[in-house]
Design a protein around this ligand. Structure first.
Ligand SMILES: C[S@@+](CC[C@H](N)C(=O)[O-])C[C@H]1O[C@@H](n2cnc3c(N)ncnc32)[C@H](O)[C@@H]1O
Length: 392
């Protein structure tokens, strides 16, 4: 056992963390966790559980590209009554984590369970945690003026999981810090990174997004190509927790900076019909520190005659066209993508859209179609695998 901390936790103590992933991205988040160094990952309902040490809280938050947030698992138990929920929550080691002035809020959800009223479950958990902390710190009430702790009580088929959000309730991992401005309907950064990862693009191949909007896909690809950790330039809720020492954050950042491949020669092209979008995308790329990897230009996709080179990878997110009159315009874009990039069998094409006629418009059935959610919108990710360039 290592040095004893003020809060009774020792650095070598094992804790359980879970990365939460959006629907459809579980496998990719699991792969990311393995790549970061967490081997035994178990998936359950979009939560990827893994054993860790406290110093892994910074490591996971700074390095995960496709997960939504990282939760610290406080406990998991069956709960059929409010009394049981109160007692079992009270028993958990809240004093190890929440400081004397800690500000803790409780969020909740309940699915297919006897305790179905989430406001009641939240109130019970809040009461149990307050009681435990007041007794531990020997105070009548907790002032709640300090660091933020968002507790989640999530009940599924009568099994309660009590966790604390290490990332931050307001700003999930999608928030990288580079996208100050965006165009209409931008992709979340985590989703854009997942689209790139699912394409198996690598830095030796040309990547093109001809409907780039604020440039999220291109920028996330450049960050992947350079191996720049997505969370290096932002803050996280658990940075304010005493148990997660400043030194752990510092070490995780030093490690992440060491892994950056500044020399990677990356060629990404990104265009849009809207000059304002291109200006925003360029500013975002500068902010992310990858503007030298991406060539942005204004171009109407309908005016593209042929691909700029063979063996490229197209990853794009055309407009969905919810408004009347737009659908035809969008189908025209899909047809153009099919005629230019789909016909060239050296190109691999990846398109995310909610438009169900996509394959027909594009002109061929996808090699793989993956069901995803872009926010609340049910979408498909159409994947067309092109020929690979020969090694020579
Ligand atoms: C859904 S948005 C892309 C959002 C982008 N993925 C992001 O994260 O910001 C679709 C983009 O397609 C562009 N667009 C629409 N019609 C176009 C056309 N004919 N040629 C090129 N771009 C077009 C729009 O200006 C818009 O920026």
């Amino acid at each position: 056992m290592g040095e004893q901390l003020e809060n009774n936790i020792v650095p070598n103590d094992k804790i359980k963390l879970a990365a939460i992933s959006a629907f459809g991205l579980e496998a990719i988040v699991k792969r990311e966790l393995n790549d970061i160094g967490f081997q035994d990952v178990t998936a359950d309902n979009g939560w990827m559980y893994f054993d860790a040490g406290i110093q892994d809280i910074p490591k996971a938050n700074i390095n995960l590209r496709c997960a939504d947030r990282v939760m610290l698992i406080m406990g998991q138990f069956e709960a059929y009554s409010f009394e049981e929920l109160f007692d079992k929550t009270y028993e958990l080691n809240w004093e190890n984590w929440i400081d004397k002035d800690g500000k803790f809020t409780v969020k909740g959800k309940s699915i297919k369970s006897k305790l179905y009223s989430t406001p009641d479950c939240q109130a019970i958990v809040k009461k149990a945690v307050s009681k435990k902390l007041c007794e531990h710190y020997d105070v009548e009430w907790m002032p709640e003026t300090g660091a933020e702790y968002t507790i989640l009580i999530s009940i599924h088929k009568d099994v309660a999981t009590v966790s604390i959000d290490t990332t931050g309730a307001r700003e999930g991992l999608f928030k990288r810090g580079y996208r100050e401005k965006s165009t209409e309907a931008p992709l979340k950064e985590t989703m854009a990174a997942a689209l790139v990862k699912l394409s198996y693009w690598n830095k030796d191949r040309i990547l093109y997004d001809p409907l780039c909007g604020s440039g999220t896909i291109a920028i996330e690809a450049a960050l992947i190509g350079r191996n720049i950790a997505p969370g290096l330039n932002r803050t996280f809720a658990s940075m304010g927790w005493k148990a997660v020492k400043d030194e752990y954050w510092k070490n995780a950042k030093i490690e992440a900076r060491k892994n950056i491949d500044f020399d990677a020669d990356i060629k990404i092209y990104a265009s849009d019909i809207n000059p304002k979008a291109i200006k925003i995308a360029q500013e975002n790329a500068i902010e992310a520190g990858v503007d030298d990897c991406i060539e942005f230009f204004v171009k109407d996709v309908n005016k593209i005659i042929e691909p700029m080179c063979p063996y490229g990878i197209l990853i794009t997110n055309p407009p969905y066209g919810d408004r009347i009159g737009e659908v035809e315009e969008i189908q025209k874009i899909h047809k153009k993508l099919g005629r230019v990039f789909g016909k060239d069998r050296t190109w691999s094409c990846y398109v995310i859209t909610s438009v169900e006629t996509f394959e027909k418009d594009f002109g061929r059935k996808a090699d793989r179609k993956r069901k995803l959610f872009n926010g609340d919108v049910r979408v498909d990710y159409y994947q067309y695998y092109g020929e690979r360039p020969s090694k020579e």
